[in-house]
Design a protein around this ligand. Structure first.
Ligand SMILES: [Zn+2]
Length: 260
C-alpha cells in the first residue's frame, strides 16, 4: 500500500515510531508534503529518516494556500525550482498547493496567483501536483485548464460528484482518506462507491484527519488498511485486489518511488 499524502515532519515530531508501524501494517511507500519554504528542509529530513528505516519515501515540495500571506508569491517559482534541484531525495510532485475558500476566503486572489506560479513550475518540470481543495473544486478546474498536460491528485476532496468527474476528466485522481469512515460521511461514501477506481488514491494526511476509530488521536499511515477496507466494502471488492489497483494508480501518478 502507498500513502500518497502525509506530513512526515509533523508526524515524526509526535510519533517517532510511525515508520516501523506503517511498514508492519503493509504500507511500503509514503509521499510527504512540503507546505512552506521554511519547512522544506524539515520535510526532507523527515523523509530521509523514514527512508533510513526501510520505507520508500517520495518528497513533494510546494507552498500550501494557508501560508499565502507569509510568502512573496512572485519569488516562489524560482525558490521552488532551486529547492527541487538541490533536494537529496527524489522530488516526485509539487505539493501541497491549491486553493481554500473556507480557511481565509479573503486571500483567494492571492492564493490563485501563488497557485498559478507553482502550476507553471510543475508543467516546466513535468511533475504531478498535489492539490488542496476546500470549496474550490470549480476554481481549481479553471486553473488547471490553462495547463492541459498536468496530472496529479486532488487531496481531501470536498466537492460534488459532478465536480469530481470534471477533475477526473481533466486527468486528475482523487485522494481517499479516513474521512470516509466517519458515520455522517454518506455523500462522500456514495460518491466514492461510484467514481472510476482507476481515479482513486489512498492517503492518510497523517498526523491530521484521523478516522472514526482514532478520533482525537494522532493519525498515522499505519491506519491506511482501515481506509482500504472501508473503500473495499463500499465497492464490493476484495481489499487485496483493490490495494493492487490503488498502488498501480499511485505508480502511474508518482512514478517509481511507489514501486513494490
Ligand atoms: Zn495535507
Amino acid at each position: 500500500m502507498i500513502d500518497t499524502h502525509c506530513h512526515l515532519d509533523a508526524l515524526l515530531a509526535r510519533c517517532p515510531a510511525a515508520p516501523a508501524r506503517w511498514l508492519a501494517a503493509g504500507v511500503h511507500a509514503v509521499i510527504t508534503m512540503g507546505t512552506h519554504p521554511d519547512q522544506w528542509s524539515a520535510a526532507e529530513a523527515a523523509a530521509q529518516s523514514a527512508h533510513a528505516v526501510g520505507s520508500r519515501v517520495g518528497l513533494a515540495l510546494g507552498v500550501h494556500p494557508w501560508w499565502v500571506e507569509q510568502v512573496a508569491a512572485a519569488e516562489i517559482p524560482t525558490r521552488l525550482t532551486a529547492a527541487i534541484a538541490a533536494a537529496s531525495l527524489p522530488v516526485v510532485a509539487i505539493g501541497e498547493i491549491g486553493l481554500d475558500a473556507v480557511h481565509a476566503p479573503a486571500t483567494l486572489p492571492a492564493q490563485q496567483a501563488l497557485l498559478a506560479g507553482q502550476l507553471a513550475v510543475a508543467e516546466a518540470l513535468r511533475l504531478p501536483v498535489v492539490l488542496h481543495e476546500r470549496k474550490t473544486a470549480d476554481l481549481l478546474s479553471v486553473a488547471l485548464r490553462r495547463h492541459p498536460g498536468l496530472t496529479g491528485v486532488v487531496h481531501g476532496f470536498t466537492g460534488s460528484r459532478q465536480q469530481a468527474e470534471r477533475l477526473i476528466e481533466a486527468g486528475f485522481c482523487l485522494g481517499v482518506g479516513a474521512a470516509l469512515t466517519h458515520p455522517r460521511a454518506n455523500r462522500l461514501r456514495s460518491m466514492l462507491a461510484a467514481l472510476p477506481v482507476e481515479a482513486l488514491l489512498l492517503e492518510s494526511d497523517a498526523p491530521f484527519q484521523p478516522g472514526a476509530a482514532h478520533l482525537g488521536a494522532v493519525n498515522e499511515p499505519a491506519f491506511l488498511p482501515e481506509t482500504l477496507r472501508a473503500l473495499a466494502a463500499l465497492r464490493g471488492l476484495a481489499p487485496d485486489s483493490l490495494a493492487a489497483t490503488l498502488d498501480a494508480n499511485a505508480r502511474r501518478v508518482f512514478g517509481p518511488v511507489c514501486a513494490g
